[in-house]
Design a protein around this ligand. Structure first.
Ligand SMILES: NC(=O)c1ccc[n+]([C@@H]2O[C@H](COP(=O)([O-])OP(=O)(O)OC[C@H]3O[C@@H](n4cnc5c(N)ncnc54)[C@H](OP(=O)(O)O)[C@@H]3O)[C@@H](O)[C@H]2O)c1
Length: 353
């Protein structure tokens, strides 16, 4: 039950004159519900966020190209209006912001903003028109950490084009929120996990064969001492954080929040745990980076380097405190669900979990 219904029912319970209070309660519920436009709502996060929004009683419009299907079927999608649009193409023509504004949103959830110019284009169109803009960022706004767990107030030292651009978007949106009153919130997920796609594996890349190696009890080579970290989060916990920001608007506006599991994993600990899921004693082998990278493809080496150079380990204390973020999944619980799905769907050759 969402917060608005809780409020409404409390009013009804305290009612002394019966019907008129119930009518007022219904009016309050109606006022509190939002028309939410989600840009890119049929992906990893939207698969869970859209049903949560619908179940909370909000009116939902999904804007996407109509190519991707949610990873999970849910009856809630019957109540979602679909607008087919290509953001990149419409932005190039200067039309995308107006398209979103014309959908008359109370709230916009932007899942797919990767350039500061895109954020500016949207903000200019929505200024004075929306109650809340929720932007999906990334923990790659941080570079390498000084103190861990990293908190949201750590100075930004991103590296790599993706993180640098996301950090620029964050700086722009926070400035707009804090200096000009634009109602923006940024949610920064870690490595998103869920049934339906390959998660970051214990070698720090996306080759699902690593899980099969561990399932057979074979040796797995890891870079360095295997002590570098990855920080996953279940897609449904990301969705929960978006709901928390939506329902705690005044605390969320002008703020950034990490959205990760309660604790990061070392590659070594992750590999050892997965091996034990299959009844094997782990057989890790540690190689200096230059040697290790020669054992995998260039793409895998690049993905692993990106993860271990960042070695994320982020705090969720701020989201817990201000958004009531209570992740349902540890990293390992989320990964267990994901690996079980990969096995069940033939993407990893291994006995079922
Ligand atoms: N994946 C991760 O591990 C991870 C980690 C940290 C942060 N993030 C952040 O998460 C966000 C992505 O969310 P996600 O992983 O849920 O998305 P996703 O799974 O990549 O799905 C992308 C969504 O956007 C739509 N889309 C893609 N290109 C589009 C376009 N040109 N015009 C309109 N719609 C378009 C897709 O539908 P169509 O294909 O039908 O258009 C789909 O609904 C990004 O901001 C990313 O930085 C991701």
């Amino acid at each position: 039950m969402n917060v608005y219904y809780d409020v409404a029912l409390t009013i009804q319970d305290n009612d002394t004159r019966g019907e008129s209070k119930a009518v007022k309660a219904r009016a309050l519920v109606k006022e509190s519900l939002m028309r939410v436009v989600i840009i890119g709502g049929s992906g990893h996060v939207g698969t869970y966020l859209v049903p949560r929004l619908v179940e909370a009683g909000h009116e939902v419009v999904n804007v996407s190209r109509g190519r991707s299907e949610p990873y999970r079927q849910h009856a809630a999608w019957r109540n979602v209006a679909q607008v087919v649009a290509d953001r990149a193409a419409e932005e190039a023509d200067g039309l995308f912001g107006r398209r979103v504004r014309d959908l008359r949103p109370d709230v916009v959830v932007d899942m797919i903003c990767f350039e500061e110019s895109s954020a500016r284009h949207l903000v200019e169109a929505l200024r004075g028109q929306v109650q809340h803009l929720l932007h999906c960022g990334t923990i790659w706004i941080h570079g390498s950490s000084v103190q861990v767990p990293t908190t949201e107030d750590a100075p930004r030292r991103p590296f790599g084009a993706y993180g640098e651009k996301k950090a620029r978007i964050e700086a722009y949106l926070l400035d707009e929120a804090r200096r000009h009153g634009f109602p923006a919130t940024l949610l920064h997920p870690g490595h998103i996990v869920g049934p339906g796609w390959a998660p970051v594996n214990p070698a720090g890349n996306f080759n699902s064969a690593v899980f099969a190696t561990l399932a057979r009890g074979d040796e797995l080579a890891l870079p360095n001492l295997g002590m570098e970290t990855v920080h996953h989060v279940h897609a449904d916990d990301v969705a929960q954080a978006f709901m928390g920001a939506l329902h705690n608007r005044s605390a969320a506006i002008g703020e950034s929040f990490h959205v990760v599991s309660p604790a990061a994993l070392t590659l070594r600990g992750y590999a050892e745990t997965v091996a034990r899921w299959f009844g094997h004693e782990p057989r890790p082998r540690y190689l200096p980076w230059e040697e290790w990278r020669a054992t995998v493809t260039p793409d895998e080496a690049a993905a692993t380097w990106d993860h271990i150079a960042h070695s994320p380990n982020c705090s969720i204390a701020k989201a817990q405190r201000l958004l009531d973020y209570q992740p349902r999944y540890s990293s390992l619980q989320a990964l267990h669900e994901s690996v079980a799905w990969l096995i069940a769907h033939g993407a990893v050759e291994a006995p079922g979990l």
